[in-house]
Design a protein around this ligand. Structure first.
Ligand code: OOG
Ligand code: MG
Length: 264
């Protein structure tokens, strides 16, 4: 797929996304003004956003894969996975109070996170390659926040918006991948003491390591690799749940303990 946007358009759309993120103010999806935008254009905007922020001194911690489960695809009406980058300053401590006044309309997701110990690269990365390069697994909660009005978008727009990345909380109990059956881990999400979603990790492409393999293939298409020491989230297992100030969320994972977060 090729670029339809000029360098100037890419800069202009990156300005829009950057301002929406920094001011926590929703904007129309980018394809309203640029209907011919392609997936490659979306990644060009995401790359420009990453380049600017890294240049400003923000550090990349890893990546996230999104729209990897049926539940998420159905919820968002997009059926192709996307990737986004994670900055170190988007991380929040477990059980901390996460502000919502700097977010547009936050939602939470339960995800299996991987921390890598070897570089992964190339167009043929497999589940086995991912597991061999995995240092350990952590349970995580991702706090996504689309910058598009009504949390409505298409694939090109959400990719430009860095896959709705906003905050993330890792915690629980770290485990070696070989100690787990990563395809069958159950997770229950509770909000304010009530169960709001539940599923098993197989919901993520059959096995969450397959989502990491997909990430490596997308990175390869973008001319990049996944360095050792990366923190990678494999995608929401259930649909995402909206949160507001005062809410308390806990994700209870089989074998991995639990992760919690509060919103203020
Ligand atoms: C896009 C990001 C999806 C996931 O885990 O599926 C995502 C969105 O739904 O806003 O992070
Ligand atoms: Mg996610």
């Amino acid at each position: 797929m090729s670029l339809t946007l000029s360098r100037d358009d890419i800069k202009l759309l990156t300005d829009r996304i950057e301002a929406a993120q920094l001011n926590a103010k929703a904007i129309p999806k980018l394809t309203d003004d640029y209907p011919a935008m392609t997936l490659a254009d979306g990644y060009a905007v995401q790359l420009e956003l990453r380049r600017r922020w890294v240049e400003q001194g923000r550090r990349q911690a890893g990546w996230k894969v999104g729209l990897t489960s049926k539940a998420k695809m159905i919820q968002m009406g997009v059926n192709v996975p996307s990737i986004g980058f994670l900055l170190a300053d988007m991380a929040r401590p477990e059980n901390s109070a996460v502000r919502t006044d700097d977010l547009v309309h936050p939602r939470v997701e339960c995800e299996v996170a991987f921390v890598t110990k070897a570089r992964l690269a190339g167009p043929h990365c497999t589940r086995e390659d991912v597991l061999a390069a995995t240092d350990f697994i952590l349970p995580a909660i991702e706090i996504i926040d689309s910058r598009f009005a009504g949390f409505k978008f298409d694939l090109q727009s959400v990719v430009a918006d860095n896959g709705s990345s906003a905050r993330y909380v890792a915690g629980g109990r770290a485990r070696y991948a070989h100690e787990l059956d990563l395809g069958t881990l159950g997770v229950v999400m509770e909000k304010n003491g009530e169960t709001v979603a539940m599923a098993a990790s197989a919901a993520v492409m059959g096995h969450p390591a397959d989502a990491i393999a997909l990430l490596v293939k997308v990175l390869d298409e973008l001319g990049e690799d996944l360095p050792a020491g990366s923190f990678v989230m494999s995608g929401g297992i259930t649909e995402a749940i909206a949160v507001k100030p005062g809410d308390h969320v806990i994700a209870r994972y089989q074998e991995l303990g639990s992760v919690s977060v509060r919103f203020v």
